[in-house]
Design a protein around this ligand. Structure first.
Ligand SMILES: [Zn+2]
Length: 98
């Protein structure tokens, strides 16, 4: 489980669009906000309660990260040019909380 605040952990997260079945708009540009919204819906379906999205952008890409308030699993959304994706336990595993 990645700790929020552990910057190195963010770099270990591989973007894998297939990791979650997200509903994204078929038209128009995919923005990091679009990804966050889709990831949030997915996380809620799995029982997570995501906290505030934190801006973890770096040069060359825009990224956001949020952690579940219950179990601490994270959701990570990133847009880099034409590439985009989401990753993290909060969109691929059920919440382990009560
Ligand atoms: Zn959770």
């Amino acid at each position: 489980m990645a700790e929020v605040g552990d910057a190195a952990a963010w770099h270990r997260i591989q973007i894998d669009p297939a990791a979650a079945s997200l509903t994204l708009p078929e038209q128009g540009p995919v923005t990091v906000e679009t990804l966050c919204a889709a990831a949030e819906v997915r996380a809620q379906e799995l029982g997570h309660r995501l906290g505030t999205w934190e801006d973890v952008s770096e040069a060359g890409h825009v990224a956001r990260l949020a952690a579940c308030a219950v179990c601490g699993e994270i959701a990570y959304a990133r847009v880099e040019g034409d590439l985009h994706g989401v990753a993290g336990g909060a969109i691929s595993k059920r919440c382990s909380g009560p």
